[in-house]
Design a protein around this ligand. Structure first.
Ligand code: FAD
Length: 315
């Protein structure tokens, strides 16, 4: 079932969805199936599986020379979606990126997803990892997420990169990302919202937000989107604060602020940060449900325990 159909069918009932990250290369897919088993009792409407492009890093050899090495961080988005959907019968959303993938690879990925019965995708740009794949003359690339949205929409209408005989349109529900605290590269909110609107006009069915810890920022974002004429469902993304390190790593990686009240509380009681994080996320969930959100989307990032603590309050 498509995300958009889940939302429509639920009406005023709260839906819960989760986002998980494929295990690092070399680890077993069992790690992931254990995570899904842990989430299964909470009846997720869908599970997103993130995508990761290749990256580059510099390695200093014992002789002092420096070598540039390429790594593929976390493979397996499509395969993992296939396992979850076919083994656990939970709908999945495969993340697709422009960065690190050619348009030809994207088309193949969509054909494969369709073959596996996966009809939900989240179209994203990605953040690059200091590495650009060499693209030969007969390959093409998407740059921004809107380029990917356009390509997916083409395929939904049966337009493939090459003339394929008997090509049939492939059916996908398409989500895109939105930023209650603005995307870090956008010069201002107005600019960012204009591109978000273009992604929706190009075919996106819904928006999922970046994580936020101040609910009023989400509410204000929804208001601004509606004023801009963005009328699709806007699913709030939530993260449960787990440890003191995240007080600096989350703002650094996701370009968001923590509210003063939360920072004051955890810095005064660092030993109780897990309990405070869970309490804060429950409070945010209640505020969002009262506001009337279509669904609560939790960034699990493979930390199921604290997310389960939050979600079980609502079962
Ligand atoms: P875009 O929509 O392309 O926007 C990027 C920036 O460019 C914005 O500032 C926008 O205002 C501007 N812009 C957009 N279009 C244009 C244009 N045509 N011309 C000029 N400016 C433009 N990253 C991963 O690597 N893997 C994941 O699985 C993943 N999942 C995510 C899930 C969610 C819900 C969210 C919110 C983010 C996720 N990300 C993921 C991170 C995401 O890739 C980054 O935030 C990235 O920097 C932007 O992606 P986007 O799709 O929003 O980009």
């Amino acid at each position: 079932m498509k995300v958009i159909d889940h939302i429509e069918k639920a009406g005023n009932n709260a839906l819960f969805s989760f986002e998980i990250v494929p295990p690092p290369r070399g680890r077993n897919v069992q790690d992931l199936t254990d995570i899904v088993k842990g989430l299964e009792p909470y009846n997720p409407s869908w599970i997103d599986v993130t995508a990761h492009p290749a990256g580059a890093y510099y390695n200093e050899n014992p002789d002092g020379t420096i070598e540039r090495k390429i790594f593929k961080k976390r493979p397996g988005t499509i395969g993992i979606c296939g396992i979850i959907q076919n083994r656990f019968k939970i709908d999945t959303v495969a993340h697709l990126l422009t960065q690190g993938f050619t348009r030809e690879e994207t088309e193949d990925a969509l054909i494969e997803l369709n073959y596996l019965g996966i009809h939900n995708v989240l179209a994203l740009r990605g953040d690059g990892l200091n590495y650009n794949k060499k693209v030969s003359a007969n390959r093409s690339v998407n740059t921004y997420a809107i380029d990917l949205v356009n390509q997916i929409q083409d395929i939904k209408e049966g337009r493939f990169l090459d003339e394929i005989s008997n090509a049939r349109p492939l059916d996908f529900c398409m989500g895109v990302a939105g930023y209650p605290e603005k995307h870090f590269e956008a010069p201002n909110m107005k600019f960012d919202l204009q591109w978000l609107k273009k992604k929706v006009e190009a075919g996106a069915d819904y928006v999922v937000t970046q994580m936020f810890f101040d609910t009023s920022k989400y509410i204000n974002f929804v208001k601004q989107c509606r004023e801009e004429g963005i009328n699709v469902p806007i699913v709030p993304g939530l993260k449960v604060l787990k440890n003191m390190k995240q007080l600096t790593t989350i703002p650094r990686n996701f370009y968001i602020d923590f509210p003063d009240e939360l920072v004051d509380e955890v810095t005064a009681n660092p030993k109780h940060i897990e309990e405070i994080g869970v309490r804060w996320a429950i409070r945010q969930s209640e505020e969002l449900l009262n506001f009337g959100v279509p669904s609560l989307h939790f960034y699990v990032m493979n930390d199921t325990e604290s997310v389960k603590e939050v979600v079980k309050k609502f079962y």
